[in-house]
Design a protein around this ligand. Structure first.
Ligand code: 13P
Length: 339
């Protein structure tokens, strides 16, 4: 393990004003996102779409890293440059999703455990050779009547620690992603207690697993009201609750926290990040690793039509720039419409 290399990649990923683009949708997920716009999910359409994102001029000022999917890390840009090299040449660190998905947890109806540990050491070595310098593993915690159970949280925390250790051994920075879903009608207080319980278990497991926290990043949910809650917490309430949740659970040795967007609208995800950074300074960088909140505007602009590519790239550039402003607490709503 090259600790200094791990630490410097982790810090680069949360450099001031920068965050991560999550573009690691699995085959099923990208097909779902495309289907809404009647875009056929062919290998070439997926490549064209990722090419559009990765070649957007100037985004390297706001985007520090991109999380790729197994298919994408093997694909190339229109000019034949392999995607990992294209990104690295622009100063963007290539990363890779390495879990194989959240599956039903046997014996625990309604709960999931993430798979992908078998053969992971060999896959990580290959991804490193392909240019990846960080990885992602997503655990899913569902909130409902009687769930999550302690058993589900423990199983997922253990898998995250096993994954993180293998990553560091392979000189890849592990992004540790325990996502407490926003699905449900629970209030924000319930999200906070479940997230505190989850993150506490995750850091206990990482400690037991001898993970060097300085060479990791955390990718958590924000502390939010359930999607179907009777009342949605305000931006200020979300920011305060999320910072409280993280201060209670995340060691200061962790260089950065890169939120997932989880189904929030693009604008809300930016507003929440901005409000949290206005409450700083914090022990860690507070940044983004958004999928939908960075991609929804460009994807729905592109629609699979070549003539829409320049407008789609503009839409992506704008979201990247506004989230970069939110990293400094300098985002305002007026910036949504200013050119
Ligand atoms: P969202 O921001 O769309 O939640 O995606 C981030 C991600 O990588 C989920 O694993």
């Amino acid at each position: 393990m090259d600790r200094q290399a791990l630490y410097s990649v982790a810090r680069a990923l949360v450099a001031p004003g920068k965050g991560i683009l999550a573009a690691d949708e699995s085959m099923g997920t990208i097909a779902k996102r495309f289907a809404r716009l009647q875009i056929p999910s062919t290998e070439e359409n997926r490549r064209t779409y990722r090419n559009l994102l990765f070649t957007t001029a100037g985004v390297e000022a706001f985007i520090s890293g991109v999380i790729l999917f197994d298919e994408t890390i093997r694909q190339a840009a229109d000019d034949g440059t392999p995607f990992p090299r294209l990104l690295a040449d622009r100063g963007i660190v290539p990363g890779i999703k390495v879990d194989t998905g959240a599956k039903d947890l046997a014996g625990f109806p309604g709960e999931k455990v993430t798979e992908g540990l078998d053969g992971l050491r060999e896959r990580l070595a290959e991804y490193y050779r392909l240019g990846a310098r960080f990885a992602k593993w997503r655990a899913v915690i569902t909130v409902g009547a009687g769930i999550p159970t302690a058993a589900c949280i423990a199983a997922n925390a253990h898998a995250l620690a096993r994954y993180a250790a293998l990553c560091q051994d392979a000189n890849l920075v592990p992004i540790v992603e325990p996502e407490v879903l926003m699905d449900g009608d629970h209030d924000i207080a319930r999200c906070e207690s479940v997230t505190v319980e989850t993150l506490s278990a995750v850091y206990q497991a990482l400690h037991q697993g001898r993970i060097a926290l300085e060479g990791t990043l955390l990718k958590p949910n924000m502390t939010l009201s359930g999607k179907d809650a009777p009342r949605q917490a305000t931006v200020q309430e979300v920011a305060a609750a999320t910072v409280r949740t993280l201060r209670a659970t995340v060691p200061a040795a962790v260089p950065g926290i890169v939120f997932l967007s989880g189904g929030q609208t693009a604008v809300l995800a930016t507003e929440h990040l901005n409000a949290m950074n206005q409450m700083g300074p914090h022990p860690w960088e507070l940044s983004f690793s958004y999928g939908r909140a960075l991609q929804d505007p460009p994807l729905s602009t592109w629609k699979g039509v070549a003539a829409n590519i320049p407008a789609a790239q503009q839409a992506f550039f704008l979201r990247a720039r506004l989230n970069s402003a939110a990293r400094h607490g300098q985002y305002t709503g007026a910036m949504e419409t200013a050119s």
